[in-house]
Structures are given as structure tokens and as C-alpha cells.
Ligand binder design. Structure first.
Ligand code: ASP
Length: 304
């Protein structure tokens, strides 16, 4: 397992994002690594801009995730992994540290699933909506698209190759962000197309609050990536928070102990990003590599 910890920055805010955990970086060409790195950097700067101006952690994580959703390289929004019948079925969630949450599953029409998840939190009495209609997207004033907007030729080829057993389904690409703002509030957002070749209608951990995404002010914000079933069974994001809250465990130890106890024992690899109430950042994965972006001593780090 690899664990990176960054002490709180003097600026009084913290931001970390991930772009999925998966196979070795050497599986990607240098050109591909460069393009991922640029996408991660641009998304990080979008969120950091919000936080530097005194904006909220919620606005920051949404700005970051939205950029990644619009980038077809990542497995969220346009360019999402496809189901067994070639559909793009998107899952996303947001949570603020004051205990509010919104999520969507099997979403087909919202251009930015993270925005729709936020609307569920802010405009409805619900937490999780499945298969939200195009009308709902438009009624909430969000940009809608046709379902095929999300489907790219690269993902269609990937699906064919996975189904022909020529390729293992690469898991790089699910995206998430966690932020602590200057007001001391935490937020987390996560967005995905799920696993390549998954059954139609399968829902992973991303929109399940406490599994793939969680935030609690005074404790921690968490966003996860990896085979979602294990994260649901291990209630991974909440488990990290519980270890910190009830046992007083430090964030880096809580993250690594949870990966060990809930993922390694299920023979699953994946990754976690987290920020504690002081602004300490953790990026950890037991997969060969993970895409992430964060600042360490002023330097922006991408890809781990
Ligand atoms: N956690 C996502 C899911 O299971 C996939 C991923 O993170 O790669 O839907």
C-alpha cells in the first residue's frame, strides 16, 4: 500500500482530487500520462481558485469534479465506462460536513452528474435518486444532453476488447474531490461511470453515502475509487470517519487501516483521498497506481 500525507498548508484551506485507482502507470504511454496529468492539474486549479477566494468547500469540489466530468479521458461524465450493452449509466454524490448529502444513480441526461447530485441535496427532500428523468434535469435548470453524448469511440473499443477478453477493464478514471475551506467546512464529491462491462442497472459505491463518499465537519472528508462492491460491503468512507471519531485515530492511520481491513481482506484494490479537520491531506492506494492531485510544499503533485 502507498500512503502520502501532506501537513496542513498555511493558506487555511486544503484540496485533493483523484482520477481513479488502477493498473501501472507504465501501461500508459508518456503522452497519455501527460494528458491525464494536464486534466488533473486543470481540475485542481478550478477548485483551488474557489477556495483561495474564500469560497465554500462544496463549490470547490463541484468545480473540480465538473471539469473532470467534461474531460473524456476520465471515467465520469463524457467518456464514462460502458455497461455490458454499451450504455453510459452515471453515478455521483456530494456531501457537506454539516451532514447534508445528495446522490444520483443510473443517470443518463445530466451533462454534469455532480451538479444533479448537488440539486438532489439542495432542491429535494431526498438523498438518492435513481434514473433521473431529462425533465427533472431541465426543471432544475441544468444542462441536459442526449444519452449518447457520454459514449466515446474509445470506450466502445474498450468494451469490445474487455468482452472479447483481450483486455482487463482498466479502472483508472473515476473522479472525486475533497476540500476544507477557510471557514472550516469539509465537503466531498465523487462521480463515475462505474466498472467497464458492468450489468445494466448496477450501482457501485460512488452514490452510496458512507461507502464511496462521506464528509463530517470536525472529523474528515473522504472520496473513494476501486471495485465498488467492496467499498459498499466495508462501508469504507464512513469506516475511516468512525475510526477517527470514536477511536481518535489519525487520518493517515485510519485510511490505511481501513484499506487493510476492508479491501485487502476482500482481495480488492483501490484508493482513497481524505482531508481531516485540520487540513491534513491523505492519498492512499493498494492498487499499482492512482491518479491524484494535491499541493505539497507549494508544488502540485499529480499521478501517484
Ligand atoms: N468505485 C467505482 C464503482 O464501483 C469504480 C471506480 O472507482 O473505478 O462504480
Amino acid at each position: 500500500m502507498r500512503v502520502f500525507t501532506v501537513e496542513p498548508a498555511p493558506a487555511g484551506y486544503s484540496l485533493v482530487l483523484h482520477g481513479g485507482a488502477g493498473g501501472r502507470l507504465s501501461e500508459l504511454s508518456l503522452d497519455e500520462q501527460g494528458r491525464y496529468s494536464t486534466g488533473l492539474t486543470d481540475a485542481f486549479l478550478a477548485g483551488e481558485h474557489v477556495l483561495a477566494a474564500g469560497g465554500s468547500a462544496l463549490d470547490a469540489v463541484c468545480a473540480t469534479v465538473e471539469q473532470l466530468e467534461n474531460n473524456p479521458l476520465f471515467n465520469s461524465g463524457r467518456g464514462a465506462a460502458l455497461t455490458a450493452t454499451g450504455q453510459a449509466e452515471l453515478d455521483a454524490s456530494v456531501m457537506t460536513g454539516d451532514g447534508r448529502a445528495g446522490a444520483i444513480a443510473v443517470s443518463r441526461y445530466a451533462k454534469n452528474p455532480v451538479r444533479l447530485a448537488r440539486k438532489v441535496m439542495e432542491e429535494s427532500e431526498h438523498v438518492l435518486l435513481v434514473a433521473p428523468t431529462k425533465k427533472l434535469v431541465e426543471d432544475w435548470g441544468l444542462e441536459s444532453v442526449e444519452a449518447d453524448y457520454f459514449i466515446t469511440p474509445l470506450r466502445q473499443d474498450q468494451l469490445k476488447n474487455v468482452q472479447a477478453k483481450l483486455l482487463e477493464g482498466s479502472r483508472h478514471g473515476t473522479v472525486g474531490a475533497v476540500a476544507l475551506d477557510v471557514h472550516g467546512n469539509l465537503a466531498a464529491a465523487t462521480s463515475t461511470g462505474g466498472m467497464v462491462n458492468q450489468s445494466d442497472g448496477r450501482v457501485g459505491d460512488t452514490p452510496i453515502i458512507g461507502a464511496g463518499n462521506y464528509a463530517k465537519d470536525g472529523v474528515v472528508g473522504v472520496s473513494c475509487t476501486g471495485a465498488g462492491e467492496a467499498f459498499i460491503e466495508g462501508v469504507v468512507a464512513h469506516e475511516i470517519s468512525a475510526r477517527m471519531r470514536y477511536a481518535g485515530t489519525a487520518v493517515d492511520d485510519a485510511v490505511s487501516a481501513t484499506i487493510e481491513a476492508e479491501l485487502a481482506t476482500r482481495s480488492v484494490d483501490g484508493g482513497v483521498i481524505a482531508i481531516d479537520a485540520a487540513g491534513r491531506i491523505v492519498v492512499a492506494h493498494n492498487s499499482p497506481a492512482m491518479f491524484a492531485a494535491y499541493r505539497d510544499a507549494e508544488q502540485l503533485i499529480t499521478l501517484t
